[in-house]
Design a protein. Sequence first.
Lengths: 236, 423
Amino acid sequence: MIEFKHLLLSAVVACFAQAAAANHDGADAKRGERVFKKCRSCHKVGEGATNRVGPQLNLLFQRTAGSVEGFKYSPSMLRAGADGLVWDHVSLDTYLENPKSLISKTRMNFRGLKDPGDRADVMAYLRQFSDNPANIPEASPTIVGTDHEVDPEILALQGDPEYGEYLSSECVSCHQIDGADSGIPSITNWPVEDFVIAMHAYKDKKRVHPVMQMMAGRLSAEEIAGLAAYFEKVGQ
Amino acid sequence: MKLNRRNFIGSAAAVSATLSAPMVMGASHGRPKVVVIGGGAGGATVARYLAKDSKGAIDVTLVEPTRTYFTCFFSNLYIGGFREFSSIGHTYGKLAADYGINVVHDWAIGVDRDAKTVTLAGGGTLPYDRLVLSPGIDFKDGAVPGWDVTAQQKMPHAYKAGSQTQLLKAQLEAMPQGGTFCMVAPPNPFRCPPGPYERVSMVAHHLKANNPTGKILIVDPKPKFSKQGLFQEGWANHYDGMIEWVGPDFGGDKVEVRPDGMEVVIDGEVTKVDVCNVIPAMKAGKIAEIAGVTNEAGWAPVHAATMASKADENIHVLGDSSHQGDMPKSGFAANSQAKVAAMAIRGALTGSKVFPAKFTNTCWSLLDTDDGIKVGASYEATDEKIAKTDGFISKTGEDAALRKATFEESVGWYDGITSDMFG
């Protein structure tokens, strides 16, 4: 049953459909433990787990991002935590699918788990290392099988850098054009895809910063592509 | 003088049309000319964007009396001891050298709308095809009985940054132990809605460390103010019992000051104070009135999509002076409006592409060390006004890490907007 379920899911995901959620009736912690092998070289979880390349993952749910004592996080992760990012099914699902969509300059060097079932299962596994797993939903039905990835059609848009330059005047009231990043992150010379993914994560309110949610919220996919094209090359 | 009077009389006089004819030709020969009056968040930004984006196709002149411009935003942080005074001062060297802007340090004292010229106090005349007015604010005469500009040495307004800000800080530092700092807050609308209340927070921060028995009295004609819940929560957290706010229910709207005796009279009751910061009711900067583009309330109505004056399509008014709709009077707003105006002016003078106007604003305020809050919104141009489309505000009870990040963000924004203004 379980195997069949995942076969079905993978097939659906392969054709970029998002409607598979209804078929996924619960996440599997045992299978999640197997998926976790991909994470284990960097992350420890369970009794006595300590920070390694990545922070230990006990009590992960409801934890503020970037808050494990003694672990040296990227400035981006610390900023996200200060902005109010808390790990729950929604944020973890997004982060695990593509870490850069949530934290552009995360030190977690991992491409992500593209299969929604893999993510749901690994979260079900990690959930067991909470103080009180019963209080954490196994996996909300709205999460399991949701595809957060930016639509490939959007990623394929060729942005107009001239239009981006015009739109950029709104960005540079805060973000410095010379790339300085004290207090407010630098947005210059990013790879186009990273820029687009990050902006859509704000637009979809996956990233928590209220100013950026507002700014990205009223930009169309073409406008975001234009900005990405402009900022990629600015100052070069 | 002659030019001013002619404008007051009206623009239809045939004689002025005849006189102005050679000037119009002068302005329209060669590169189109834009004159910008006021080198703050609106004026410096519009000058820089016009010069930068037209790539020399527009001849831009910026008229600003001061050689070093001190930003009103962050001047409260100087009062609180969080910034050096020099850190809020900016010069126009890059705008002149890197962008080719003709920076004229002089006062504009007249606008002849028929001849399309600006007269300078120093005697010069500047022809224009488009004129941008971004003169900030002036104070309404008689707004606070007993106060006028001759009293500003005893009772500073410190609401145009510069020597007034330094004076207020010096008076605060010299305040006797247990003394009273009084602020007479302005009625709406006014520059920087959270500004007076951030200032109170900064004064309280200073007193807490240096004069812990000192008191702050705010006399306010308004029943409520910007970010009120956030400020009052912050004051209770950091400065419990130090700040008294007297709103209109308790006579805050019936105030008179006596600068010679350092007295404040609230609804007939005399209070002796040690420092008195009088922030009177405001109107558009004087040159907007001289140009004849202001309404009876003292502000200059503009079309939202272009920031063009409703009285004259060749004059654009930015920032605090403009009457535009939903945006607050803030440096951020002026900077945002300047980009829309620059695009519209460029489109009209050089035929460049004009995109739909978008506006944004965010106002950060500091309550105490590492305790920053913010409010902001996005806007669009409608036929009638600049209309708010979305917004956000900090919440009461936020944790310390978020408040610290908000403050750090404001410092980053300061660097961003000042590079956007001055290059």
